[in-house]
Design a protein around this ligand. Structure first.
Ligand code: KIV
Ligand code: ZN
Length: 515
C-alpha cells in the first residue's frame, strides 16, 4: 500500500490574503463545509489574532468541522498562541500552527534578532502550544532561503519541544524543484529526530513552480502538502490543491503515494471559491479551467472519438465536471428544490431554503430552465451576503440611442430607504453614481467584469467589481437576469464587504506580520 499524503488546505488563511479576496463569516463556513466534503485532512481556518473577523471565523469553523483537523496560524508568541487556542478549543481535532522566520534576511532585517533568539522563540512557542494540544505544527518561514545547518538545528529543537509537524515553506517562491527536493532530503537525513514528526511543505508560486516544488518534496519524503483551492494566495499564490492532488492521483505509478481527497468534489470547490472571492479561474488553468478538458484540434477530436485515453490523462468526471444539468423549471416545488440543494451539497436552514426558493421562483418565471450554476448564483446572492448595512431596494434606468443615460436608485441604509437620481455615461455608470452618493462612498472602481452564468440569451448575468477605498481593495459580486441590476448588486456587495472589513479590522494592519 502506498503512503498517504496529508492535504492541508490554507484557502481560508493564506488564500484569503490574496488582494481583494477577503471572505465573510458565512462564506468561510461554506468553503470549510466543501473542504470537509472533499475530505481535506487539515483546514487552516485563519490567523486568530489578526482580527476579530479571523478569530470568529476560526471559532466557527472549529465548531462545525467534524473529521478534519482545524488549524489557526499564530506567530511564535504566547499571546498569539493563547488567542489561537481560544478560537480552536472546541474543535474535534485542533491544531496550533506557530511560525517564525529562519532565513538570514528575515532574522536580521525583519525580526532584528539573533539566530539564537529565534531558535529560542521557536522552542518556547512550540512548548507553550504543546501545553494546549499535542497537535502542534511549526513553520520555519522562508525556509527555502535559510542556512541549511541552522534550519536543521531549529527543526531538531522544535521536535524536541513537541512539534508533531514541521513545515518547510518556500515563502517567496524562490526554489527550483530539484533544489527544493534536495533540501527536504537533507533535512530527512540530517535531523536525528525527524522520524518523530511529519515533514510538510508550503510552496508559493512566484516562479510558477509551487506544485512542481511540492511534488519534488513529496518524492524526497515530505508527507504533508499545504495548498489552496485554485492556487489563490499571497502574490502569485500558493500550490494549487487541485493540481497537486490530481498529479498525485494521475501519476501514482511514478510517485507511489496517494491522498484521501474525494477528487469528484474538486470542481465544485473551485467554483465556490472563485464565486465567493471573485478571483476568476484562467481559461487554460490545469484541472479546473474552462479549457482543461476541451479538445479543439481536429486530430485530437478524432483520437478522442476513437479512444478517450489518446488525449485525456484524467477524465472530467474524476474532478466533478459534468455537462450543465437541467434541474428545475417554474413548476418545480419546494420539495424538489430542497432535494436539489441536498444533492448539490448545499446545507441551509429552513429559513434560508425559503429565501432561496422565493428567488428561484422569480428566476424560473423569467427563464425557461434553471441550472445548477443558477442555483449557486442564487445562494451566493441571497444567502451568503453579509448582515447588510446597505440593501438594494430598486434600480430603474433608461438608456439607448439619443437619450442621456439616467438612473433612479433606492437603497436601504441601516433600515432607512434613501433615493437618488443620477445621469451617467451609460446605465451602469448612472446606477453606480447614485449608489455611491447614497452610501457616501468615495470608492474607486478598479475593475468591472460581466459574464453569463449559464448559456443562452436568457442566462443570468454575473458581475464582479473590484473597488478601492482607504487602502482596502474589495471584490463584490452580483447576479441577476438583468446585467445593470447585477452590477448594482455587485457594487452594493462590495460596499457591504468594505463596511464589514472596517468593522472587523480591529487589529491594526501594521500589527499583522507580513507572510
Ligand atoms: O508562506 C509562508 O511562509 C507561510 C507560513 C506562515 C506557513 O504562509
Ligand atoms: Zn504562505
Amino acid at each position: 500500500m502506498s503512503e498517504r499524503i496529508i492535504i492541508f488546505d490554507t484557502t481560508l488563511r493564506d488564500g484569503e490574503q490574496s488582494p481583494g479576496a477577503s471572505m465573510n463569516l458565512e462564506e468561510k463556513i461554506q468553503v470549510a463545509r466543501q473542504l470537509e466534503r472533499m475530505n481535506v485532512d487539515v483546514i487552516e481556518a485563519g490567523f486568530a489574532i489578526a482580527s476579530e473577523g479571523d478569530f470568529e471565523a476560526v471559532r466557527a469553523v472549529a465548531g462545525i468541522v467534524k473529521k478534519a483537523s482545524v488549524a489557526s496560524l499564530c506567530r511564535a508568541s504566547k499571546r498569539d498562541i493563547d488567542r489561537a487556542w481560544e478560537a480552536l478549543k472546541e474543535a474535534k481535532k485542533p491544531r496550533i500552527h506557530t511560525f517564525i522566520a529562519t532565513s538570514d534576511i528575515h532574522v536580521k532585517r525583519k525580526l532584528q534578532k539573533t539566530h539564537d533568539q529565534v531558535r529560542q522563540a521557536a522552542v518556547d512557542a512550540v512548548r507553550h502550544a504543546a501545553g494546549y494540544t499535542d497537535n502542534v505544527e511549526f513553520s520555519a518561514e522562508d525556509a527555502a532561503r535559510s542556512d541549511v545547518n541552522y534550519l536543521c538545528e531549529v527543526i531538531q529543537a522544535v521536535i524536541e519541544a513537541g512539534a508533531k509537524t514541521v513545515n518547510i515553506p518556500d515563502t517567496v517562491g524562490y526554489a527550483i524543484p530539484d533544489e527544493f527536493g534536495n533540501l527536504i532530503a537533507t533535512i530527512r537525513d540530517r535531523v536525528p529526530n525527524i522520524d518523530q514528526a511529519v515533514m510538510s511543505v508550503h510552496c508559493h508560486n512566484d516562479l510558477g513552480l509551487a506544485v512542481a516544488n511540492s511534488l519534488a518534496a513529496v518524492q524526497a519524503g515530505a508527507r504533508q502538502v499545504e495548498c489552496t483551492i485554485n492556487g489563490i494566495g499571497e502574490r502569485a499564490g500558493n500550490a494549487s490543491l487541485e493540481e497537486t492532488v490530481m498529479a498525485i492521483r494521475t501519476r501514482q505509478d511514478h510517485l507511489k503515494v496517494h491522498t484521501d481527497i474525494r477528487t469528484e468534489e474538486i470542481y465544485r470547490a473551485s467554483r465556490l471559491v472563485s464565486g465567493i472571492t471573485g478571483i476568476l479561474v484562467q481559461q487554460n488553468k490545469a484541472v479546473v479551467g474552462a479549457n482543461a478538458f476541451a479538445h479543439e484540434a481536429g486530430i485530437h477530436q478524432d483520437g478522442m472519438l476513437k479512444d478517450k485515453s489518446t488525449y485525456e490523462i484524467m477524465t472530467p468526471e474524476s474532478v466533478g465536471i459534468k455537462e450543465s444539468s437541467l434541474v428545475l423549471g417554474k413548476h418545480s416545488g419546494r420539495h424538489a428544490f430542497r432535494n436539489r440543494l441536498e444533492e448539490m451539497g448545499i446545507e441551509l436552514t429552513d429559513d434560508q431554503v425559503q429565501t432561496a426558493f422565493v428567488a428561484f421562483k422569480n428566476l424560473a418565471d423569467k427563464k425557461k430552465t434553471v441550472y445548477d450554476e443558477d442555483i449557486e448564483a442564487i445562494i451566493a446572492e441571497e444567502i451568503l451576503r453579509l448582515p447588510d448595512k446597505f440593501k438594494l431596494v430598486s434600480a430603474n434606468f433608461t438608456s439607448g440611442t439619443g437619450v442621456v443615460p439616467s438612473a433612479t436608485v433606492e437603497v436601504e441604509v441601516d433600515g432607512k430607504v434613501k433615493t437618488k437620481a443620477e445621469f451617467g455615461d451609460g446605465p451602469v455608470d448612472a446606477v453606480f453614481r447614485a449608489i455611491k452618493k447614497i452610501c457616501k462612498s468615495r470608492a474607486k472602481l478598479l475593475r468591472f467584469t460581466v459574464s453569463a452564468i449559464t448559456g443562452g440569451a436568457d442566462a443570468m448575468g454575473g458581475v464582479t467589481v473590484r473597488i478601492k477605498e482607504n487602502g482596502y481593495t474589495i471584490i463584490g459580486q452580483g447576479a441577476a437576469s438583468d446585467i445593470v441590476v447585477a452590477s448594482a448588486r455587485a457594487l452594493i456587495n462590495a460596499l457591504n464587504k468594505l463596511e464589514y472589513r472596517k468593522r472587523t479590522q480591529e487589529t491594526a494592519e501594521a500589527e499583522k506580520p507580513s507572510l
